[in-house]
Design a protein around this ligand. Structure first.
Ligand code: AMP
Ligand code: MG
Length: 407
């Protein structure tokens, strides 16, 4: 067997090389309501305090705490209105939640603590100045830095932007990812099978994981194992996208043309990775853009994406935290594996509230073509190289891909 010309490097080393090459994308302005999941590229400060006026937090009566006895009701202040009511000594005003505290008053008494009769209100609980009021700037001070650059915008942050009147925000855009499948054997999903042919699964699965990682997939279809067509599609895609993602054509076959393309038109930085699945995962820079070439086997393509491309996409989108949570899990059954490389076995992790433990069982056959091994998997078990037997009950490290169900 001819030796591969590409050195086999550990996953961590490949990842470090990749992360050295990719940088957060130049920032753009977007409407704040479209910014869910995006990362701020500016500091957002409050122009005004929140609240901007002393605000009643209950429905009831605005009073002076120092007064005693029943107070005379002199008017009302409803939320959203501004009545020129002034509460003097021995007086009270009817006020609703969210309304401005009337001038002269220093406390709100909730309606439940009052008895109203003959235009007077009696208070049945102790009152102190400041009760049931949010003073000006209670939540956010004027000029306060509310959301620093680097913040990931999720619903609470989108709500804060709305509160601050910040209708346009500067963010790192979603990376546009050109996705294509390579292979003479590939059919579109709607096509009937023919001898020697398989349907293209990778393009659709990879576009899905790109979306889940916050990227925008751009579909460049199927490319045949032929240099001209491959080059034509890559060159058409490159100016339209921030990063390229292919699958297939990175092994040692005669028609595996993607590695040679990258080496010839750019710089090939990762040619083989010491992992199973995903040994032929390839990374390079072409035309100044990151180029990820995944193997054709669907599991290899998706696990390769998970381990090496997802962190890179997150970095391009401005994220600081690039990695999934990990935790030790207890094997429900023994696992044997080939100790020549690190293996990422697809598994279902389950939480047991009764004894506060996490257990894992694999999803069945772990062949790299068996896409069903990722169905129902919420974790990748990391089986290190150099050890072939993992007995039932032993603890192994797991990368958590999704929520963990309970027993
Ligand atoms: P390759 O990496 O091109 O040598 O392909 C490895 C295996 O993956 C072969 O059995 C291919 O038929 C299969 N394969 C390649 N691309 C795809 C794809 N897009 N969808 C499903 N299977 C694929
Ligand atoms: Mg192929």
């Amino acid at each position: 067997m001819p030796e591969s010309p590409y050195p086999m490097i550990p996953v961590a080393e490949a990842l470090a090389m990749i992360l050295r090459e990719v940088a957060p994308l130049p920032s753009v302005d977007v409407p704040f309501a479209d910014a869910e999941g995006l990362v701020l590229a500016e500091n957002v400060r409050a122009a005004e305090p929140i609240p901007q006026f002393p605000t009643a937090t209950v429905d009831g009566f605005a009073v002076r705490a120092a007064d005693s006895g029943a107070r005379r009701i002199i008017g009302a202040q409803m939320a959203g209105e501004f009545a020129a009511v002034r509460v003097g000594a021995g007086e009270a005003a009817r006020v609703t939640t969210g309304a401005t505290l009337p001038a002269g008053a220093d406390a709100m008494v909730m309606i439940e603590d009052t008895i109203e009769r003959d235009g007077m209100v009696e208070i049945t609980a102790p009152v102190s100045a400041g009760d049931n009021i949010r003073p000006v700037g209670n939540d956010v001070a004027a000029g306060q830095m509310v959301l620093p650059a680097g913040t990931v915008l999720h619903p609470p942050e989108i709500g804060l932007l709305a509160m601050l009147g910040k209708t346009t925000v500067r963010v790192h855009p979603r990376p546009k990812v050109g996705v294509m499948s390579t292979g003479d054997e590939l059919l579109e999903p709607h096509e009937p099978l023919a001898p020697g042919k398989v349907r293209d699964a990778n393009r659709f699965a990879l576009m899905g994981v790109v979306r889940q990682a916050g990227g925008l997939p751009v579909d460049f279809g199927i490319v045949r194992d032929e240099t001209g067509g491959l080059a034509e599609t890559i060159e058409r895609a490159l100016p339209q996208v921030d990063v390229l993602l292919t699958s297939g054509g990175v092994s040692m076959g005669q028609r595996d043309l993607v590695k040679p393309y990258i080496a010839e038109h750019g710089v090939l930085l990762v040619g083989r990775v010491n992992s199973r699945p995903g040994k032929p995962v390839t990374f390079g820079m072409v035309g100044g853009k990151p180029f990820f070439a995944m193997p054709g086997n669907p599991v290899s393509a998706l696990v390769g994406f998970e381990n090496l491309m997802r962190p890179a996409l997150l970095k391009m989108a401005g994220y600081k935290n690039l990695f999934r949570p990990r935790r030790k899990v207890i094997l429900e059954h023994p696992i044997r594996h080939h100790p020549d490389r690190v293996e990422y076995q697809r598994a279902t992790v389950i939480f047991h509230p009764a004894d506060d433990t996490f257990t894992a069982r694999t999803t069945g056959g772990q062949g790299s073509a068996r896409l069903l091994s990722l169905h129902g998997a919420n974790a990748l078990l990391i089986l290190p190289d150099g050890q072939s037997e993992f007995p039932a009950g032993s603890a192994v490290e797991a990368i958590l891909l999704a929520e963990v169900g309970d027993a």
